[in-house]
Each structure stands twice: as C-alpha cells, then as structure tokens.
Design a protein around this ligand. Structure first.
Ligand SMILES: Cc1cc2nc3c(=O)[nH]c(=O)nc-3n(C[C@H](O)[C@H](O)[C@H](O)COP(=O)(O)OP(=O)(O)OC[C@H]3O[C@@H](n4cnc5c(N)ncnc54)[C@H](O)[C@@H]3O)c2cc1C
Length: 552
C-alpha cells in the first residue's frame, strides 16, 4: 500500500522517499518506511542487495563482529530462524543472509538495481528533491535518505604505472563475481588494513609466492573463528531480548560483552598479563574492553600494545620481519583493530615476503613488477587492499545541491558537519544513515543502522501526522554538535593515529575525527531525548501548504 505523497507531484514520477543504496541500511529503511505506508524507491548501483557484502568478495572476507550479533534485530522471527554457521560468518554467507532478508520481506520490487544516483537537487519553492539517476531519469521525492555506506567507495591508489601492469589487478572492495584462482602465481598485495589482514593468509596458502607491501603495521588479535554449536546458537536466541537491549542501550560499541570494571594500571603486572592472555585466547574485538581506560590513558594503552607486540615477536620467527610487523607509532585501538586467522603466522611461510614501503616507497608499477627501493618485485597478479574513502566518499560522489544552490561538497570542503550525524543544515529533508558525527564505524554497525532507520522513520511519520513539509537542522544545533563530537574525540587517544577515522588515508582530505566516540548507548539516549522534545534543534515547516493557502 502506498500513501499519498506528502507533497503534490510536479509532473515527475514522485515518491515520498528515495533511498540511495541497498546494503543493510537501505534494505531496512525500505522495510520500515513501506510498513508505514510511504511510497519508497531505492536505487542501488550494484545488481544485488547486501552492499559491503556484495562488493567485498575477496578471499578470507568475513565479519569481525560475531555473527549472532552482526545481524538484524528488528524481526524476532528472522533472528530465531536464521542459522549462522561460524562465529564470524564468511562473506558468501552474509550475502546469502542479505538476499534472504530481501526475499523474506519482499524488498526487491521497490529496489532499482544497476542504477547510480548521480544528482539530487532541492527545489526550495516546492520543498521537493529532484533525483537524477544514471539511466537518465529524474524523479521527485519529499525525502532523500543516503544509505550509501561508510566503507563503500573503494580507494584506488595513485601509483605511477599502475595502468601499465600486464597481469590482473583486483581491489578487495570491488572483487570480481567469478572465482579468482592464484594457484601457481606470484601475487603482490598492497595494503595491510583489515582486508589485507584477512586475505593474506588465504592467498598465501594458494599462491606460488606472495609479496606483501606494507606501509604501516597493524595491531591484530586472533579471531579464534570456529563453527558455532547448536547450544551456543540456542543460548543467544533464548537471551536475545537482553543481548540486543544491552547492545543498543548500554554498550559503547553496540556489542554485548562483559563491561570492564577497572583500569589497566589498577592491576599488577601478573594479573594484567593474565587478563590480556585470557582475552587473547578468547579472541576477537573485545580484547580492547579488558580495561576501561585503554582508549584514554597512554600508559594504560601501552600495556595492551606491549602485550600484542610481544605476541608478534613470539609468533614471527624472523626477527627483522617481526620488527616490521610490530606497530609502534600509534596507540593500540586508535585505528580500527583487526582480527585475523593466522596473519602473523603466515609470515613464517617460505613463500611469503614482507616489503616495507614506508622505508622504501613504491616508485612505480611496471608491466611485470612492483618497484620499491630500487628493486623489482616480480608478480603475475596484483591485489589492492587499499581501503576506502571512508564515511564521506560515497556521499561526495553524488552532486547534492541544497538551499541557495550550495552543494554538499562545498559545505563539507573542510570536513563533514552534521547535527547528530543524521542531517546537515542547508539540506532539508536529506538524511544520512550512520553519517559522520554518529557512532557509525566505531560500532557494531547493524545496531547503529537500525537505530538511525528507526529514528528517521519515526520523524517522517511524525511529520506526516502533523502535515509538516520540511525538517532541517538548525545551524546553532549543528555547530554545538560538531564542537561536542570534536571535544569528546580529543579526550581520547584516537586522534593520535593517522587513521581512516581521521580521513588520513586520503591525500588532501581534511583531518577531522569523523565518528562520534561518545558511545552507542549514550548517543541513542541523546537522539531519543531530541525526539521527545519535539525534535529539538531541528526546524520543521509547513511552508508549501501555507503558501498554497495564501494563494487560494
Ligand atoms: C570487509 C568488510 C567487513 C566489515 N565487517 C564489519 C563487521 O564485522 N561489523 C561491522 O559492524 N561492520 C563491518 N563492516 C562495515 C560495513 O560496511 C557495515 O557493517 C554495513 O554492512 C554497512 O551497511 P550500509 O548499508 O550502511 O552500507 P553498504 O553496505 O556499504 O551499502 C551501501 C550501498 O550503497 C550503494 N551506493 C553508494 N552510492 C550509491 C549511489 N550514488 N547510487 C546508488 N547506489 C549507491 C553501494 O553500491 C552499496 O551497495 C565491514 C566492512 C567491510 C568493507
């Protein structure tokens, strides 16, 4: 059932809401809005649903938040019936889950695949967005929701000669849909972030030789991945109400886990070591929640960093390689911590070489080699694990024009500015899901996605009930929120790292700590309070209807 569009159509095909992207955010947004009777059109540039899990098909790709938690909570039937096979499901299984959700909730009829949104222009007289897509069509919408993803704009490095390379070049974030077989090949991989760390052991096991080009070493914790038992699944399912509640309302990162009750320096050396060892053996992201001050106090943080550095030393047999793999220039956890299966162990294989491209930057790529430090590293295939233009990259690719002809790229030239990470002043009726200024990439993102989708659905319903046409963040509220996001970030160690949280992986991108570090639970409370106070900090108008009334 489709409701009457909130504002009268002006010739073009008209929707209440256009949603850009059909990853987990866009899919749930569609489901919620349609359930409220709104007409919705989703545009997705890929030819299937799943977003991240549609694009990132590289060897070893899997989630790093445990699957029983990295999954939708909005439907109890869904979470009770879907079976995850492993503690951290591999990419094909997560993609199957996304497709299952699309079928189960009959989402496909409202999604137009293989279609990019190129442009969105706000018409201030009519309070309507005109949305132009890659098939040359323009549609009208009262609201636009950017569900474009924080890690969806794969970053191709600007390396001299890259296009002259004669073998195949793959990007982990845009992996082919056909199987890639590296058997018998000499493979080079550039980048050792999360995607590199996941794919290196798998490629090394297949290739004749793997050369890993590393600019900066990463902290990585063993995932200890394994099949889930029926009992573990049952345990989660029986306790989902509390697990999901805790993740949403109390946790800092959207993950149900034991909360630390003390700081790292409150324990003596032996007790501290024992705690780190227990978490290391348990595996996974919760390593950083052993203590409550690891993100705040450098001395405390160093105890965790030293522990991991020692583990790398113990694991990697060649001392020179171990030294290169030990991160030393930033506090542990201030770049998204990686989790791995045999990453450090892989460097003990005779067919793996580590090349330090910080000391010896890549000079060029030739038809058959990567040249660094004057040496040709001959390869047959090249893998770029060079990450993403995070958080803002996919938004920036759309030409978004708000009030007074000002583009979003102009407004965000010195860094993204939002109110609550949900809206930006000057761009009425335009929402961003998990945008900069919200916990987003610092959290279990499905928890943050569901919170944003619910909040946006509620406000759009609220406006329909009151016959309101526009919502826009007040400049003062936005300024205060931006200052708050910055202030909180600077009480932590996070800004000390040149991370993609800071935009530091993209040459020329402003250095601003983009996500909100105040925690998932507190952030949710702030958003709820804002709504409870009649959407404090937002201006809502009934301009179109008032104008019409005045004319008639
Ligand atoms: C390898 C990898 C592993 C990850 N693991 C985890 C994890 O374990 N836990 C976690 O919390 N997060 C993880 N993430 C983050 C992950 O991105 C989110 O969890 C989540 O999948 C994001 O969903 P989304 O719908 O917001 O964005 P996406 O899944 O990125 O979907 C956005 C979609 O929008 C489309 N799009 C963008 N621009 C346009 C346009 N102009 N027109 C049309 N379509 C457009 C894209 O094609 C894409 O399909 C991981 C990310 C990666 C890359």
């Amino acid at each position: 059932m489709s409701a009457q569009p909130l504002t009268a159509a002006r010739g073009a095909e008209t929707y209440d809401v256009v949603v850009v992207g059909a990853g987990f955010a866009g899919m749930y947004m569609l489901h919620r809005l349609r359930g409220q009777g709104f007409s919705v059109r989703v545009y997705e540039q890929g030819d299937g649903v799943g977003g991240t899990w549609y694009w990132n098909r590289y060897p070893g790709a899997r989630c790093d938040v445990e699957s029983m938690q990295y999954s939708y909570s909005f439907s109890d039937e869904l979470q009770q019936e879907w079976d995850w096979s492993e503690r951290y499901a591999p990419q094909p299984e997560i993609l199957r889950y996304a497709n299952h959700v699309a079928d189960r909730f009959n989402l496909r009829p409202d999604i137009q695949f293989s279609t990019r949104v190129e442009r969105a222009v706000f018409d201030e007289d009519a309070n309507i967005w005109s949305v132009t897509t890659s098939d040359g069509k323009t549609v009208a919408a009262n609201f636009v929701v950017l569900a474009t993803g924080c890690l969806s704009n794969a970053r191709k490095p600007d390396i001299k000669g890259l296009d002259t390379f004669k073998g195949p070049v793959y990007h982990t974030g845009n992996w082919p849909h056909h199987p890639v077989d590296f058997t018998g090949q000499r493979v080079g991989i550039i980048g050792t972030g999360s995607s590199g760390i996941q794919s290196v052991p798998v490629i090394a096991a297949q290739a004749k030789h793997l050369t890993v080009f590393q600019r900066k070493p990463q902290f990585s914790i063993p995932a200890r991945n394994r099949p889930l038992t029926a009992e573990e699944r049952k345990n989660f399912r029986d306790n989902y109400p509390e697990i999901r509640r805790f993740a949403r309302e109390e946790s800092r990162n959207g993950i149900y886990a034991e909360m630390p009750d003390r700081g790292a320096l409150d324990d003596g050396d032996n007790a501290r070591r024992a705690r780190y060892e227990a978490r290391w053996q348990y595996g996974g992201l919760t390593f950083m929640s052993v203590y409550n001050n690891l993100a705040l106090d450098k001395t405390a943080n160093d105890t965790a960093g030293d522990f991991v550095r020692e583990k790398i030393n113990e694991t990697v047999k060649d001392p020179a390689t171990a030294k290169l793999l030990r991160p030393a220039s930033y506090p542990i956890g201030t770049k998204r911590i990686c989790i791995d299966t045999d990453y450090f162990e892989t460097f003990n294989r005779p067919n793996v070489t580590l090349v330090d491209i910080k000391a010896n930057p890549i000079e060029e790529i030739t038809p058959h080699a990567v040249k660094s430090g004057g040496k040709d590293h001959e390869i047959d295939a090249l893998v770029l694990a060079t990450g993403f233009d995070a958080m803002t990259g996919s938004v920036a690719k759309i030409d978004i024009v708000g009030r007074n002809g000002r583009t979003l790229n102009q407004k965000w030239a010195e860094g993204p500015k939002t109110y609550l990470g949900l809206m930006t002043t000057g761009f009425p009726n335009l929402f961003v899901i998990t945008g900069p200024g919200s916990p987003s990439v610092l959290s279990n993102m499905i928890v943050s996605i569901e919170q944003h989708v619910d909040w946006i659905s509620d406000v759009v319903g609220y406006m329909r009930d009151r016959r309101l046409d526009t919502i826009e963040a007040e400049q003062g509220a936005e300024d205060k929120w931006v200052a708050h996001v910055n202030e909180v970030a600077h009480t932590t160690l996070y800004p000390q790292a040149d991370s993609w949280y800071m935009g530091a992986n993209i040459p020329g991108k402003p250095r601003i700590f983009m996500p909100y570090i105040g925690g998932v639970g507190p952030y949710r409370q702030i958003c709820n309070d804002v709504a409870a106070k009649g959407y404090e900090g937002f201006v809502m108008t009934r301009a179109e209807r008032e104008r019409k009334a005045a004319v008639s």
